[in-house]
Design a protein around this ligand. Sequence first.
Ligand code: ZN
Length: 171
Amino acid sequence: MLPVPSRPTPLLDDQFRPLNLADHYACPLCLQGQVQSLFLTEALACQRCRHIFTVDLPNQQIRVTDSPDSMGWAWTGKTWKIIRPAAQRLTQTIGWVAGLLIGLPATLVWLGGYLFPPLSSSPGELPFAVLWAGLTLVAHSVVVLWLLASYYQLPVYLGAMIRAWKYQYLS
Ligand SMILES: [Zn+2]
């Protein structure tokens, strides 16, 4: 009797693993810590950034619960993939308010310099009002972008905050 050749079994990639509460995964928010299940709950928590995530096992998704914007991620088996509709909920109202906070002060400063120009200014010199309006625009842009990054808990912002915290307290 001829030996029956064994059928090659489909090899699972070593790194592929489904989302389950018994395992631990890289934190999708701070990218530095690890999320693992909270005792007796169906939630994951990061030991580094302390965020808590609800778990949707059938859809292999998690969603941050302790943030104003409930960002979500889908587990691909190897890594997290951000769920776009929730992550991009930068509403039109917030966009308008951010635009006003950036543009209005700089416009008012420029308008003041335009309506009431200095009595003596040498030709070819950059008017002080334009320079001051530019500085106002840059300063307000930084503040608004910082607020948005903080509100939406952007990973870049969280990573920077964690690095700053480590530098301050662990060095
Ligand atoms: Zn984290």
